[in-house]
Write a protein that binds this ligand. Structure first.
Ligand code: CU
Length: 361
């Protein structure tokens, strides 16, 4: 297990140069072209997506098209998971649609690349098809724009592969509120193929790690097959994101923190304070000596986390006006983020003690 762990760390570091984690918030993703995220180390992401429409007269039965999305963050750059839709219109004879996928984020804008890059490959059981998508995302101020190309091995299970194209954007209007829209279709679209579209609002739910999208769309199931073609009628729905951090239960993931908790490494100096305010870490980069305790104080009316990109520490939810501290016992550079608000990022650089570096005792 530890060998696996170091292997994945080495692989991850060489591929991503320790690029930051992109846990998902719907705040930063459009409703259909939504594959621009990975769950983060030890993160488990549940997304509950429900879309509703009215059936034909006279009964006008309310029809429900849910897609359950579950993904596990195996490393900071790899997620594996599935989408399950129970009222899919991809293949009429198979309304229960499963899509199993792996998704990597090999390059990130925050890691120095011009765009965030996501590559997803998977298997759609309803369509009996191997499907893939390359999605690029770039953040410019409050806007995050997406563009993607994909291939469906057997598109809609009619016996041929087809290429897909997709585009979308989100725009933060204010803190926890934003607008979003997207469109996707076959690259060789025929007249009978409706373009898939969606439009809505994204909301972060105060005091929780949850985000929500409320939108209209003409898509039933949100899989690579599902978003390739519109269904011909409009649905209204919502998506609710539930991030669960498993790394906080893994003591090996937090050696420094557990040592501190046992009292072995008591803080030697006054803590360095980092305020968390207006969805930002007030100090983007701090440099401290080994042995320093850093304390984060949440000044926002909602919960944040302090989560190391490499899994070295994990605060869990820090509620409003609460604080959390971490003593750094080894030197190094620790990038961290907030799981519910992945755009919140900062770094702690831990230097060796100046007495140790100057004179060897
Ligand atoms: Cu936050």
């Amino acid at each position: 297990m530890s060998k696996m762990r170091s292997l994945t760390v080495v692989l991850g570091a060489s591929l991503v140069c320790a690029g930051p984690v992109h846990a998902q918030a719907t705040l930063d993703a459009p409703p259909n072209v939504s594959h621009g995220w990975v769950a983060g180390v030890g993160g488990l992401q549940f997304n509950l997506l429900h879309r509703f429409s009215l059936g034909p007269a006279p009964s006008r039965k309310l029809q429900n098209a849910p897609t359950l999305s579950v993904a596990y963050g195996a490393t900071s750059w790899l997620s594996v998971g599935f989408n399950y839709a129970s009222a899919s219109e991809v293949v009429q004879a198979y309304p229960n649609e499963w899509e199993l996928f792996a998704r990597i984020a090999p390059f990130t804008q925050d890691g120095g690349a011009p765009v965030d890059v996501y590559l997803q490959g998977g298997y759609n059981i309803a369509a009996e098809s191997v499907d893939g998508q390359l999605l690029l995302a770039r953040r410019v101020g409050p806007v995050r724009a997406f563009a993607g190309v994909g291939v469906l091995g057997d598109a809609l299970r009619v016996g041929g592969s087809r290429a897909t194209v997709a585009a979308g954007a989100t725009m933060r209007l204010h803190g926890l509120f934003g607008l979003t829209a997207d469109a996707s279709t076959f690259a060789d679209r025929e007249r009978s193929d409706d373009v898939a579209w969606s439009a809505g609002v994204n909301v972060g739910i105060a005091n929780t790690p949850h985000t929500m999208s409320v939108h209209a769309t003409n898509v039933a199931s949100r899989t690579l097959q599902g978003i390739a073609r519109g269904t011909g009628h409009t649905r209204y729905g919502f998506e609710y994101t539930i991030p669960i951090s498993l790394s906080r239960f893994n003591s090996r993931a937090a050696p420094h923190q557990s040592a501190y908790r046992r009292g072995i490494e008591a803080p030697e100096t006054k803590p360095v304070i980092v305020d968390v305010r207006s969805l930002r870490f007030a100090k983007g980069r701090i440099e401290v000596e080994v042995g320093t305790t850093v304390e984060w104080r949440n000044r926002d009316p909602l919960a944040h986390t302090v989560t190391a990109d490499n899994g070295a520490f994990e605060s869990g939810e820090i509620g409003p006006e609460s604080r959390w501290s971490q003593t750094f016992t080894t030197s190094g550079t620790f990038s961290y983020h907030c799981t519910p608000h992945p755009h919140m990022k900062a770094t702690v650089v831990v230097r060796p003690k100046s007495s140790e570096s100057k004179e060897k005792r």
